[in-house]
Ligand binder design. Sequence first.
Ligand code: N01
Length: 542
Amino acid sequence: TDTLAQPTTTEAATTRVDALVVGAGLAGLYMLHRFRGLGLDTVVLEAGDDIGGTWFWNRYPGARCDVESMEYSYSFSPELEQEWDWTEKYPTQPEILRYVHHVADRFGLRDGVRLGTRVAAAHWRDADGRWTVTTEAGEVYDTEQLVMATGCLSTSKLPEIPGVEGFAGRTFHTAHWPHEPVDFTGRRVAVIGTGSSGIQAIPLIAEEAGDLTVFQRTANFSMPANNAPLSDEAQAERKRGYRAHRQAARESGFGIPVPEATSSALEVTPEERRAQYESVWGRNLVGMLTSYTDSIVDADANETAAEFVREKIREIVDDPETAETLCPRDHPFGTKRPCLDSGYYATFNRENVHLVDLRRTPLVEITERGVRTTDAEYAVDDLVFATGFDAMTGTLAAIDVRGRAGVRLVDKWADGPVTHLGLQVAGFPNLYTITGPGSPSVLSNMMVSIEQHVDFVADTVAHAHTRGDTVVESTEEAERAWTDHVREVGEYTLYPRADSWYMGSNVPGKPRVFMAYIGGVGNYRQHCDQLAANGYPGFVFS
Ligand code: N01
């Protein structure tokens, strides 16, 4: 039954705005800045108690970005770029959050954000061509433009096993970490999950805990971050060349400039390959993926990189059996998000750390005392879930979004997301999804993709207004063609071979679709720019 009645605009409590943005992370804040620049009365609704999005929520020990700080930052303001100093090669979560706050203050963005406000529903009104947006607290907004800056990894998930509520000790999810420090000193701790979050948290928890048991379902590829303080000279040099560097990032495949591969991994000698992999190992994760023209499209080429990483794992981990359990074998290198770590594999050489292979002995339940597998019950004091997210679509699906004729977004996407450019959905006019499914998004340096999408949305809305139009809508044909293109390019690569969150495989019942666009950040940008330059084919203005 329909519990969310469509509110009307005549209610006294309705706030009428030009533009509504959902989410005050790096995307939402920049969208606010751009919309204000166009003179649009804009409000950002943010579920959290403060701004920062991902970097507000994910406060687990060791949380840091695995894109370099001087790349993972806004490029839209040369002044901001010059005045902000980063302290480390890879920024910690607190440092990024400080940066977000600095940006919000510098550009006067705070007063545009309503904190602690979760959006429940967004309904398009055919009658007058505007959106009604309702919050969980029952506030109603009436807006022309609606931008979902809700993040790709913002709806966390727990493992699908019974008993989580019955556990007597403390439980944590990496994506909902407490604001005050958590002390694990001397405690028996379990970590479930070995993705990027788990791999960052495990070495630090291991140092504190009396005893740590890591429950691994899928072994992951990880490379040492070799994080270090940023020297003043290195920082000054990058700042001098920032414009050119940013441009190179925008034109690159992953939003991070790397030298372009020129040969197949299979046409060079094993010695040459090793030298190439050694040259990027511990320095450049994207370089590991792009060393050769066929690294992510040919299984044999990819296997050379995969085996190189396995050799590194065997070198680091003392116990051969543990090393083999940590060696990924069930997916090509890079087809699940590869990780950057600070001492992850070496952590398994510690006496107080144990590894449980959930492929051999699957999880059965969480008991009052701890974790039970098919083999044993592990009694612990603390349970850490590093079990990831309902990625790309989970947060959008949690909002009751309805377009023309009351069509629900979740119904339209029942077989997987269909979008035009990962930005718009046919039948949902004036709705934009920043770094949405079908765009480079999570396969890129998010800052580069966020800025490109926000700029595209702002420019498109400005273009419509210049023409005297208020509605911009993608056509079904453009959407179908784009979605087919995204799938075809994905199928050309090895990505669909992995059971990854890119494929929706980590959420039971989710359609198995490769949700991101792997055609490259630079190519994608060029395509968007050309559409704009050619009068927006595939979009209807009215
Ligand atoms: O989540 P994940 P995450 N039983 O989905 C396991 C970004 N990020 O939070 O692989 C047992 O990667 C699951 O196992 P499997 C980055 O894009 C970036 O770590 O599904 N295990 C996996 O091991 C990243 O990719 C940064 O078999 C279960 C783990 O939990 C994305 O966020 C840092 C299970 C989940 O790994 C998500 O990373 C952190 C079950 N029922 C995150 N369910 C940086 O920039 C799940 N698992 C550094």
